[in-house]
Design a protein around this ligand. Sequence first.
Ligand code: HAM
Length: 421
Amino acid sequence: MNSFKSVKGMQDILPPDVHIWQRVEAAAREIFSTFGFQEIRTPVLEYTGIFTRSIGDTSDIVEKEMYTFEDKGERSVTMRPEGTASVVRSYVQHNLSHSLVPPQKFFYIGPMFRYERPQKGRLRQFHQIGVEAFGVHEPEMDAEVIAMLMRFLESLELGGLSLEINSIGCPDCRPSFREALVEFFRPRAGELCPDCVRRLEQNPLRVLDCKVPRCREVRQGAPKVSGSLCERCVSHYDGLKGSLDRLSIGFKETPEMVRGLDYYTRTTFEVTTTELGAQNAVAAGGRYDRLVSEFGGPDTPAFGFALGMERIVTLISESTSVEASRPDAYIASIGKEASAEALALAVSLRRNGLWVEHGYGASSLKSQMRKADKFRARYAVIIGEDELRDGVFSWKDMDGEASGRLDAKGIMDMLGNTSDG
Ligand code: HAM
């Protein structure tokens, strides 16, 4: 038995799937750039405090899911479980609030690590496409970023999606909500899981997010955050809803959605799908107006989201048959001299951006043509003794009946006209 296997919950992305990943990444780059978002690349490893201080000590991520270890210099480091904290760290460290024109808008694409129980749509190494926008208090920014996400998902022709929004208030109004929650849960503490009993003291909002079925039942009837919002939070939330309406983006209000990360203020949102089973969140995010200053930067509002690439790729591969790309030509050759000619022709066609495969060594023409078929090449080009003598190449359209002979330039023109690369 082969004992060399990938780590549990971490998977290879193999060539038949990679083109779907590339398509998703290309769509993100194209659409996000029209909204003025620029790519940022931060390290996969950060000092642990970056995550504990932002995501929150009592969050599931920090309590149970981080890949944390000591490096050889005995510093505690963590494989990033998400991207927001790293981008904020970078934003503050490089003083980007001054050096880039506001609002500063970033996107990132890359692997994240969480020690969760692996299942369909939930991995230990997974990939996010995330965006973070800094410097705008107005709810128009929330709506604009959500509009960008919806435009992106639409461009991938994904169906069955719904947008859920909520406001979880700000440091002015959250304390009264906390109190209301503690008042509600304290008499019911005996029915909560041990984690929630502890959370009730440290961070009662977390009880609303617990996945234990018993806790879900107990929280039926718990106070809703909407009842505690201050005037400014209500006005922000109304502004967001108005902007979404204006952009014709449908949404559902979900007052119990608090999200599993501590840094949010005001808006939180999720896009879910009916087509993925339990792990139905495709993308999620919200506003985090305090994080930049908590990291030592200037008081700067911010808004962002991240989407799970594995989930998007699954949706695409389940909903459409994605055509794999195919070579423009396969060059078959008979004999040593022709084989050298095949390589030379392949190299010169490739210089023009064409994808060309060719046969090697002494395999028969029949077996080379079988290869051309397997590759699903558009054209076969054949070089034998006659072709060498006449200085031309025979070609055959592999999708139809046409065939003929052309010189190198003619082959180049023919392939160039039909290539989709
Ligand atoms: P999050 O809700 O923890 O938010 O993750 C965002 C998305 O990442 C989820 O909706 C899901 O699609 C995907 N995801 C999360 N965990 C896994 C996993 N174990 N396996 C596969 N996919 C997963 C954040 O990470 C925030 N940083 C989002 C944000 C950005 N908020 C503001 N800016």
